[in-house]
Write a protein that binds this ligand. Structure first.
Ligand code: PMP
Length: 426
């Protein structure tokens, strides 16, 4: 379980780092590169995508075929033939870029169809499309609230929510991760008939936990007449009937005022979207600077997202495959003795406290043809690093078996290497 109150972790979640913090981060990255003679962030894809491809290590100037576990392409739709064909067709019809913002007529009928079909799927009358998930959160929060308002966010909310909260000038309060009682304490002290209070949470957080207690949070927020926004980046597409998300799964879509997701994960494209009632969507389109002053989603991206939306809402087998592989991976990794935390979703995170060993394992895995990521401070608190494997419907059980074998070998080799280093020192 994450201890979000840990001081270093609080620093990681701060929207602005001090100059001293920034130089500390740069120093630790440089040290890691010189010590391990590699940079885990220097990997690029030469071909393939999603779950398998030729991965190049720019630092070592080599490349190898790898099973890829580092993308959030949960349903593998980025390679779906209907999705790819829709993107191609949109390019031949509209060209490559929109060249202006949605507010300044940078829209096609595909953009409007996406907004309408997304809204319908999540049970809302309307939606507002942004060029990325990041700017959807910034745009929505800053567009809705002003300096007399209050935004109350879960301590582990994504940087885009934190940044939107800061940008709007409202008072920002946090509550302990997934803690409904702590939320009530914060709301008790902040609610007032003279200002808007907006509670923001994620449906599922991205470090390998299960679903958030969305229904309890919504009930609590509504007791204090607060608005609620749920970021479904890591839940849309594979929770709820037809993939409509956590709000649908926990039957609170009507009570949640804003349902947000990114188009870059389950939908395999690029963009962000916020669904709500018609009045709030009109307000967003008139006031969200990220909507008004930023070029709109490209024709290929919106066509791909629209085709993916139609695929995921109609094809139950995509979800079945994803959950089946995720459960298999969790059970195999646990049986092999890896500590995974409490989650049940597709993000599987074996914990490794020692950062140096963690990076060494990532490098060994890469050499064995497995691309996983290391999540360390400042993304998680110091000393609570983990490997992250993100399952997709496009992964197979054979991919899991191959990966587990490689992981066991990598851990063994790194333990031996580090033991001999400490013997040398002695
Ligand atoms: N919200 C959450 C919870 C996220 O995890 C992310 C991306 N990791 C975003 C928003 C931003 O989405 P995008 O990367 O598509 O801009």
């Amino acid at each position: 379980q994450l201890r979000a109150s840990h001081p270093t972790f609080a620093l990681a979640k701060a929207p602005c780092w001090s100059a001293a913090d920034k130089s500390k981060l740069v120093r630790s990255a440089t040290q890691m590169v010189s010590k391990r003679r590699t940079n885990p962030y220097s990997k690029v894809l030469r071909n393939g995508s999603g779950t398998r491809g030729m991965v190049a290590d720019a630092y070592h100037n080599d490349a190898r075929e790898a099973i890829i576990w580092t993308t959030n392409l949960y349903l593998g739709l980025n390679r779906d033939p209907a999705v790819v064909a829709a993107a191609r067709e949109a390019i031949s019809k509209f060209g490559t870029g929109m060249g202006t913002s949605a507010a300044a007529s940078g829209l096609t009928d595909l953009h409007l169809a996406f907004e309408q079909q997304f809204a319908t799927l999540v049970g809302k009358p309307a939606a507002c499309l942004f060029p990325t998930g990041y700017t959807a959160n910034i745009g929505a929060v800053a567009g809705l609230l002003g300096e007399n308002d209050v935004v109350v966010i879960d301590q582990l909310c994504h940087a885009s929510i934190v940044d939107g909260a800061r940008l709007c000038g409202a008072k920002v309060r946090t509550f302990k991760h997934n803690d409904v009682d702590d939320l009530a304490v914060v709301l008790e002290s902040e609610s007032s008939p003279y200002r808007t209070v907006l509670v923001i949470i994620e449906g599922v957080y991205s470090m390998g936990e299960g679903a958030a207690p969305v229904a309890d949070i919504v009930r609590t927020a509504k007791r204090y007449h607060a608005l609620v926004m749920v970021d479904e980046a890591h839940s849309f597409g594979f929770y709820g009937e037809r993939g409509a998300g956590i709000c649908a799964a926990q039957e609170v879509s009507n009570e949640v005022d804003f349902i947000m997701t990114t188009l870059s994960k389950s939908l395999g494209s690029l963009g962000g979207v916020v669904a709500s009632n018609a009045e709030y969507v009109d307000l967003l389109k008139a006031s969200a600077r990220a909507y008004i002053f930023q070029a709109s989603v490209s024709p290929a991206d919106i066509a791909a997202a629209l085709a993916a939306l139609q695929r995921l809402s109609q094809d139950e087998s995509l979800r079945e495959r994803l959950w089946d592989t995720a459960r298999y991976m969790r059970s195999q990794f646990s049986a092999a003795g890896f500590e995974l935390g409490s989650g049940d979703g597709p993000i599987v995170t074996p914990h490794f406290g020692d950062k140096d060993k963690l990076y060494a394992i990532v490098q060994r895995l890469y050499e064995k043809g497995v691309q996983a990521s290391a999540v360390t401070y400042p993304i998680v608190e110091s000393g609570r690093g983990r490997l992250r494997f993100i399952c997709s419907a496009a992964h197979t059980k054979e991919d899991v078996d191959t990966t587990l074998l490689a992981l066991k070998e990598a851990v063994q080799e790194v333990e031996t290497e580090f033991a001999s280093l400490s013997t040398d020192k002695a």
